[in-house]
Ligand binder design. Structure first.
Ligand code: NDP
Ligand SMILES: O=C1O[C@H](COP(=O)(O)O)[C@@H](O)[C@H](O)[C@H]1O
Length: 491
């Protein structure tokens, strides 16, 4: 079963940072897949722009190499790849000088008023300069959008400054602040699950839900991004954006429609209702960790400090937080979040833990009654499992068993699960901002995160070591077990 693909009018995608890691691993393969699906019409162009001294042919060679390295077996089709490479162009442009901007302008002018998207796949320190130069060189047409990668700032103040700079050159309806977690298939499915079924919404509140867990565990380490990561840490890199966005989608009220503004309004209310964490409660509600040498699936791995080549860094590669939402729906329902690098396995999931039944009619010998759980698995093996109690089949009398109603997407639909960037890149072209963050959301998230960062600094909050290949520091286990609960470890 496959959903219908609607081709879009020809467009130009200018990828600043077209030679970088993100473009190589994610953006080029995602656009290639959109071509295969039939969504790109002629003469759509993809224009790489960065300082490297390349011409069109050089960039096509780079992109061909990127596709052969990052597509899965069977996805590399010689003819399709050639057709894709033919639509690539390259302009050597320096964000920090006048070099290359006229050439870029000339290339874009050839296409007239067709949709034109600028993707800033560069470090945030040059977002502002690029926006200004796009504007000053008259590269904005009536159909322009700008895509801004995370991180948007490193605190509230810098996020505001960056948003101001981008806002000088572009209006809010032209700005697409990307959070690729919102493009993940299961994340979108969370909206379908909640708002296209009558079943869950009546139960989706503090009367029926005991607590919620959000886990984004990675098995990888720094992946060559030490310079960025050591200045960021897990709170800024993952919680401020991805985990808080997931929390918002779980906790928000039903929007009046799926329209961007309606959804963003509801997410914003959740962010603003988060109970502040500061120096007074950070030691009780947060845990920081940093991985030490250990093992991953591929064998022995270095600790963070060895990988970084600096034995003084106190940057956290793991964080666990107990968050609370102060509103009628969620009063008294903790949202436990955790994320870390070099964990035992790559697994991201949201677990809704329902309250236990109020009274059991079964005798002790029938087996333990376990409270219902809804497990929404983002990756790998995307799907949803609703854990329920049933009677063990057979004539042996009443024996209770805890089993999942299992809906694995791959098994149920038998289709390739598109990468989040595929959906998001095309939403930019279609000018659909529903899965992108609005300025006030980003700033509200920083408003909650900033005091945590300050508290950690002021109170010298410890960064506990954990062995690579495990599920994080033991203090994170204590964080939830103090409340008589345990982390859900995926089965
Ligand atoms: N990589 C990832 O998995 C993810 C990355 N991001 C974000 O995406 C952005 C890009 O990350 P990533 O690809 O890893 O970074 P890289 O360092 O791999 O790439 C940076 C790119 O920017 C170009 N560049 C640097 N300086 C200039 C300049 N003055 N003018 C024009 N181009 C310039 C570089 O090319 P050249 O040197 O030729 O100029 C290169 O193409 C960052 O904001 C990052 O935080 C977000 C999520 C995941
Ligand atoms: O934004 C980021 O996300 C990746 C994790 O993304 P995923 O889709 O592979 O789960 C993370 O590794 C990176 O540090 C962070 O910047």
């Amino acid at each position: 079963m496959s959903s219908q693909i609607i081709p879009v009018e020809p467009f130009d995608y200018v990828v600043f940072g077209g030679t970088g890691d993100l473009a190589e691993r994610k953006l080029l393969p995602a656009l290639y897949h959109r071509q295969i699906s039939g969504q790109l019409t002629e003469p759509t162009r993809i224009i790489g722009a960065s300082r490297s001294d390349l011409d069109d042919e050089g960039y096509r060679a780079f992109a061909g190499e990127a596709l052969s390295r990052h597509l899965k077996p069977g996805e590399f089709d010689e003819q399709e790849v050639q057709r894709f490479l033919d639509r690539l162009h390259y302009v050597s442009v320096d964000a920090s000088s006048e070099r290359g901007w006229d050439a870029l302008g000339k290339l874009l002018a050839e296409a007239g008023e067709r949709v034109r998207a600028f993707y800033l796949a560069v470090g945030p320190s040059i977002f502002g300069e690029i926006c200004e130069r796009i504007h000053n060189h008259g590269l904005v047409n009536d159909n322009t959008r700008i895509v801004v990668e995370k991180p948007i700032g490193r605190d509230l103040e810098s996020a505001r400054a960056l948003n101001d700079t981008i806002g000088h050159a572009f209006s809010e309806d032209q700005i697409f602040r990307i959070d690729h977690y919102l493009g993940k298939e299961t994340v979108q499915n969370l909206m379908a699950l909640r708002f296209a079924n009558a079943l869950y919404e009546p139960l989706w509140n503090s009367a029926h839900i005991d607590h919620v867990q959000i886990t984004v565990a990675e098995s990888v380490g720094l992946e060559g991004r030490a310079g960025y990561y050591d200045r960021a840490g897990a709170l800024r890199d993952m919680v401020q954006n991805h985990l808080l966005q997931l929390l918002c989608l779980v906790a928000m009220e039903a929007p009046t429609s799926i329209d961007a503004e309606a959804v963003r309004d509801e997410k914003l209310k959740v962010l603003r209702a988060l109970h502040p964490i500061n120096a007074g409660n950070a030691s009780r509600l947060t845990v920081r960790g940093q991985y030490r040498a250990g093992a991953s699936a591929g064998g022995a791995v270095d600790g963070y400090l060895d990988e970084l080549g600096d034995d003084k860094s106190n940057t956290e590669t793991f964080v666990a937080i107990k968050a609370e939402i102060e509103n009628w729906r969620w009063a008294g329902v903790p949202f436990y979040m955790r994320t870390g690098k070099r964990m035992a396995q790559r697994v991201s999931e949201i677990v809704i833990n329902f309250k236990p039944i109020p009274h059991s009619i079964f005798s002790e010998g029938t087996g333990q009654i376990i409270a219902n759980q809804l497990v929404i698995r983002l990756q790998p093996d995307e799907g949803v499992k609703q854990w329920i109690m049933i009677k063990d089949p057979g004539p042996g009398g009443m024996r209770l068993r805890h089993v999942p109603l299992d809906m694995s997407f791959a098994a149920s639909f038998g289709v390739r699960n598109p990468d989040a960037y595929e959906r998001l890149l095309m939403d930019v072209i279609r000018c659909n901002q529903t899965l992108f963050m609005r300025r006030d959301e980003v700033e509200a998230a920083w408003q909650w995160v900033d005091p945590i960062l300050t508290a950690w600094e002021e109170t010298d909050h410890p960064c506990h070591g954990y062995t690579a290949g495990t599920s994080g520091p033991t203090n994170a286990i204590a964080l939830i077990e103090r409340d008589g609960r345990t982390w859900h470890e995926s089965r």
